[in-house]
Design a binder for this molecule. Structure first.
Ligand code: DX5
Ligand code: ZN
Length: 212
């Protein structure tokens, strides 16, 4: 079995000190950094945009796992690609009939493609796209805020996805802590996003290691 990928979410970090926060993650064993982009429309919260990704890119080589929780992702993919994202994940629910186009657009910039589903979206709705993307991001909370409670039923989508493609990376996002991480790993999840759990700990190195 491959090593689990740990992707701390900077949503819970100190935004006044993003450079030192991201370097701390890199130094303490994070595999990727998860960047939550929210537009106040697709989700009821606003966070950061491509200029912040560009600034982070200047100070780190760690893969930037960019999670677009935005309407009309086609308008912004270019900006996030040129800013230096490594993986660009958009939401199925925001893509309408544009999924194939968005996959091609992200690939045209040489980036890895992720497709995300909200808790109420079934695997059967995205089945035909699973083999065309690099990563499926399963939301285990309603997107919009850090620090919410993990929904175990959502994580169970992992086996359905893996039955369609063994290659695709299954990443789980929302409410991940030491207990829910153990549950996800049993289900065969490949990558874990964790915000609150990591940034509320006194020892980031131990917190990251504890999720492995
Ligand atoms: C929620 C975001 C998550 C969030 C995870 O909309 O997509 O990435 O930051 O935070 P925790 O780990 O605190 O649930
Ligand atoms: Zn996220």
């Amino acid at each position: 079995m491959n090593k689990i990928i740990i992707a701390p979410s900077i949503l819970s970090s100190d935004f006044a000190n993003l450079e030192s926060e991201i370097k701390k993650l890199e130094k303490n064993g994070a595999d990727w950094v998860h960047v939550d982009v929210m537009d106040g429309h697709f989700v009821p919260n606003l966070t950061i945009g491509a200029p912040v990704v560009k600034a982070l890119r200047r100070v780190t080589n760690i893969p930037l796992d960019v999670h677009l929780m935005i309407e009309n992702p086609e308008k912004y993919i270019k900006d996030f690609a040129l800013a230096g994202s490594d993986i660009i994940t958009f939401h199925y629910e925001a893509a309408k009939n544009n999924v194939d186009y968005l996959i091609g657009l992200i690939r045209s910039y040489g980036k890895k493609v992720g497709l995300s589903i909200k808790p109420k979206t079934k695997v059967s709705e995205i089945e035909k796209y699973i083999k065309d993307v690099d990563l499926i991001l399963i939301m285990t909370v309603e997107p919009g805020f850090g620090g919410q409670k993990f929904m175990p039923d959502c994580a169970e989508k992992t086996s359905e996805i893996k039955n369609i493609s063994k290659q695709v990376i299954v990443e789980v996002d929302g409410g991940v802590n030491i207990e829910t991480a153990t549950y996800c790993k049993k289900l065969g999840v490949d990558a874990l996003v964790a915000g609150n759990y990591i940034f509320s700990s006194d020892n980031i190195k131990e917190a990251i290691a504890s999720l492995r």
